[in-house]
Design a protein around this ligand. Structure first.
Ligand SMILES: Cc1ncc(COP(=O)(O)O)c(C=O)c1O
Ligand SMILES: N[C@@H](CCOP(=O)(O)O)C(=O)O
Length: 390
């Protein structure tokens, strides 16, 4: 993405051998690619489209997540919380870990706000790899931390934000090539994440818009890449507009897009209740801006109150439990409708990236009606409510 270096497909390459920057993998689908010929379900159903060679595949049956139609009609929710560790990261991790295993790595590492950590830990356990996770101290939601501990990872906590850990992991990878990096600057991981687009296209064709929460910014690019491959091979006939949604206190990409800047102004103090996207220096910013611009989409930011409101609405109106960062896409959809960026008649898919159980604290704070009650008087509460209703 940075210096224009090009090479034949080489699974050993993770960053650019010339400048150390981010790499893109160009995939051309086989001429006879057709959904009707595919077998199996989940990420590896689309193995014809996944770059690289995999003699051994490390899988926990990721992908194949529900696309849930809203009670309101044209809106869909792609519920990535239904993945094995509860987030979209599993789509990428099955490919990245399989790649690491096939290339003979024994040690893997990732920086994380929590979901990458949980996913990386699970897939490493399954593959028998040693894993180190670099986490921002006291800033990881409890469910995610608990998962990483359960799967047996070594946890290295740093003072400072996710970005501090991310920088350290990139440096370590450059200095110590024997440790395989599992973050989304690794383009092989995004090969797995792009299958989300393939699943949507197979189920409903091309939507008009796809809204994606943006943090380190790999996922919006991966999803766009999936649609682009399908469009270029004639499987779909239209590219959906990609809309990136960030939290107001961590919104370098949204602000760059809104202000038409070539480069974001990064922040070292990102802040938001949506800890998964509490990221001030997204490593994939160039890829995200490319996806947004080439799809004629846009980006916007939403407040923490809008995020928590959207999380509650998803739960109470649709029965879907999404963690705060995931609900950002729906908060963004509501904003985009108001701003006229999306029409209510358009088919919109909101990507709900992670499960509500990841972050129990945010749910408990969300204003439950809890009443301490004498067990002999339960009926009185209900009758009182019925009287108030009438
Ligand atoms: C739940 C959740 N949503 C959204 C994101 C943002 O994804 P990306 O970093 O690919 O932009 C993340 C992690 O970054 C996440 O964990
Ligand atoms: N929210 C992410 C941040 C790291 O993103 P990655 O996609 O680059 O691994 C997380 O869950 O850690």
């Amino acid at each position: 993405m940075d210096c224009g270096f090009e090479s034949e497909l080489d699974q050993k390459l993770i960053t650019c051998p010339r400048c150390g920057g981010i790499l893109e993998i160009n995939v051309v689908l086989p001429r006879d690619f057709s959904f009707s010929k595919l077998r199996g379900r989940g990420v590896w159903r689309y193995s014809d489209a996944i770059a690289g060679e995999y003699r051994k595949i490390v899988t926990i049956n990721e992908g194949g997540t529900p696309l849930i139609r809203s009670r309101q009609g044209n809106v869909y929710f792609k519920f990535e919380g239904a993945n094995p560790t509860g987030s979209f990261k599993d789509r990428g991790m099955t490919v990245a870990i399989s790649s690491a295993v096939n290339k003979g790595y024994k040690i893997v590492i990732a920086a994380s706000t929590g979901n990458t950590a949980a996913s990386a830990a699970a897939y490493s356990a399954r593959a028998g790899l040693r894993i180190y996770l670099v986490l921002p101290k006291e800033k990881v939601a409890i469910g995610k931390l608990a998962q990483s501990i359960l799967y047996g990872a070594t946890i290295l906590e740093v003072d400072g934000s996710f970005d501090v850990g991310m920088k350290a992991v990139m440096k370590l990878y450059r200095e110590m090539g024997t440790v395989y990096p599992l973050n989304s600057f690794n383009p092989w991981r995004l090969e797995g994440q792009k299958t989300l687009a393939y699943e949507i296209a197979e189920e409903i064709g091309s939507p008009d818009v796809v809204l994606v929460p943006v943090g380190n910014a790999g996922n919006i690019y991966a999803i766009w890449k999936g649609f682009k491959e399908l469009l270029e091979s004639g499987v779909i006939s239209k590219m959906p507009r990609m809309i990136g949604v960030q939290a107001e206190g961590a919104s370098p990409i949204a602000r760059a897009v809104i202000n038409n800047l070539d480069e974001p102004t990064f922040t070292d103090n990102p802040e938001t209740v949506a800890t998964a996207i509490r990221i001030g220096r997204p490593v994939n910013w160039k890829k995200a801006i490319k996806a947004i611009k080439e799809s004629k989409g846009t980006a916007l930011y939403v407040s923490d109150n809008e995020i928590l409101g959207a999380q509650r609405e998803l739960a109470r109106m649709e029965g879907i439990g999404a963690e705060p960062a995931s609900a950002a896409s729906y908060a963004g959809y509501k904003r985009a409708l108001q701003a006229g960026l999306v029409d209510k008649d358009e088919i919109a898919v909101n990507v709900l990236t992670g499960h509500a159980l990841k972050d129990p604290d945010s749910m408990i704070k969300s204003g439950a009606r809890r009443i301490v009650v004498n067990p002999d008087y339960l009926g009185d509460i209900i009758l009182g409510d019925l009287n108030a209703d009438s």
